[in-house]
Design a protein around this ligand. Structure first.
Ligand code: NDP
Ligand code: GDR
Length: 337
């Protein structure tokens, strides 16, 4: 029976990956931060909170990494924990560098010295591409991060590659484009939209406030992407892979898809024009731009080329962006019943 350790098991991807590994017969261990009010909501939502073995774990504390690597029987180590919100990384640049960058080398070096046979997965990201150098973006596209988060993840990405090349470790990076689900964190734009629209559809009267509606993202479903993570660690040789759908969508269009699913018409309004969730005359849902959600530097266009993952891993995304918007909007609407 195989065994795995997941950092960030309480997060969106951690929960879906834990479920997948349990279905494959793994013993699943995960790291949980000590906080005043432990939150296992995602593991509970997937019905697996009692099936995983949880351990106190914080990536900022090297002794935690030593302890789990030394004491837990594991074949695979998935590093999914991160300060994962790009917008917050300007407020927390040093913390983000520590958790999303330096912690990766803490894990890799602990594995190298104590258990070099354990296979390692690093959660790299399309945010590393940042300022557009080419489209679509692939494993060979030049990196040009645009946020402290992206910069920290570039370190994590290259140190994973370096330990693989220096010490022959089975260490792979998944360069994952945005992936969402009904379990997505509430501050990310897709979930923010589907939750706000669901509330309006149930009679709420607070306008949806967003930032840059013109940014384009390649959105897939988290459940598909964790399958790709697992496939990477089943390869004979470790490598880096892009996981993406190859389709890009503006924030504006995602908003439109989610509104359509909930049977709403939209009225696009400029800054400060909207005070109510629906226009009093037309009855249409309004969207309000609030500059507080603009970022100091933006990533305008992400569109991934998943050919390598398709060819070498046999990986395909199964859910397209409209199906994703439907899944999320319906889940948020149903949750308010
Ligand atoms: P989430 O924000 O949903 O989850 C992050 C997880 O990391 C949570 O379990 C969180 O714990 C944990 N965590 C945060 N800080 C620490 C710390 N100091 N020590 C230990 N654990 C910590 O992220 P996702 O599931 O969406 O993403 C998973 C990974 O993939 C992240 O590394 C992210 O950067 C990366 N990624 C995500 C993409 C996406 O579109 N979702 C795309 C590309 C990469 P807690 O519950 O206590 O907050
Ligand atoms: P991203 O996701 O930054 O791509 O990082 P997010 O959903 O936060 O932003 C996507 C785009 O939407 C624009 N936007 C807004 N974003 C938020 N959060 N809130 C708003 O109100 C809003 N209005 C417009 C943003 O400016 C941006 O262009 C996610 C995270 O999961 C990372 O951890 C991961 O690495 C990348 O995806 C790939």
């Amino acid at each position: 029976m195989k065994s795995a350790f997941i950092t960030g098991i309480t997060g969106q991807d951690g929960a879906y990956l834990a479920k997948l590994l349990l279905e494959k017969g793994y013993v699943v261990h995960g790291g949980v931060r000590r906080i005043s009010h432990p939150e296992l909501g995602r593991l509970e939502a997937l019905g697996i909170a009692n099936d995983v073995q949880l351990h106190n774990f914080d990536l900022t504390d090297t002794t935690n990494i030593h302890r789990v690597v030394k004491t837990i029987e594991m074949d695979e180590f998935y590093n999914l924990a991160a300060q994962s919100f790009v917008g917050a990384s300007w407020d927390l640049p040093v913390y983000t560098a520590d958790v999303d960058g330096m912690a990766v080398v803490r894990i890799l070096d602990t594995l190298r010295t104590m258990r070099p046979e354990i296979k390692f997965y690093q959660a790299s990201t399309s945010e590393m591409f940042g300022l557009v150098q080419e489209v679509p973006q692939s494993e060979t596209t030049r990196l040009y991060p645009r946020s402290p988060y992206g910069v920290a993840k570039v370190y994590g990405h290259y140190i994973t590659m370096n330990y693989r090349e220096s010490f022959g470790m089975h260490a792979s990076s998944g360069i994952l484009f945005n992936h969402e689900s009904p379990l997505r964190g509430k501050e990310f734009v897709t979930r923010k939209i589907t939750m706000a629209l669901a509330k309006i559809a149930r009679g709420g009267d607070v306008p949806v406030e967003l930032g840059n509606m013109d940014a384009q993202r390649d959105w897939g479903f988290a459940g598909d992407y964790v399958e790709g993570m697992w496939k990477m660690l089943q390869q004979e040789t470790a490598d880096d892979f892009v996981l993406a759908t190859g389709v890009t969508t503006t924030i504006r269009d995602f908003f439109t898809y989610a509104a359509e699913i909930l049977g709403m018409d939209i009225e696009w309004k400029g800054e400060a024009e909207a005070e109510t969730a629906t226009d009093r005359k037309t009855g249409k849902v309004v969207m309000k731009v609030n500059p507080k959600f603009y970022r100091p530097a933006e990533v305008d266009l992400l569109i991934g080329d998943p050919s390598k993952a398709r060819e070498k891993l046999g990986w395909e995304p199964k859910v397209d962006v409209r199906q994703l918007a439907e899944m999320m909007a319906k889940a948020d609407y149903d949750a308010l019943a």
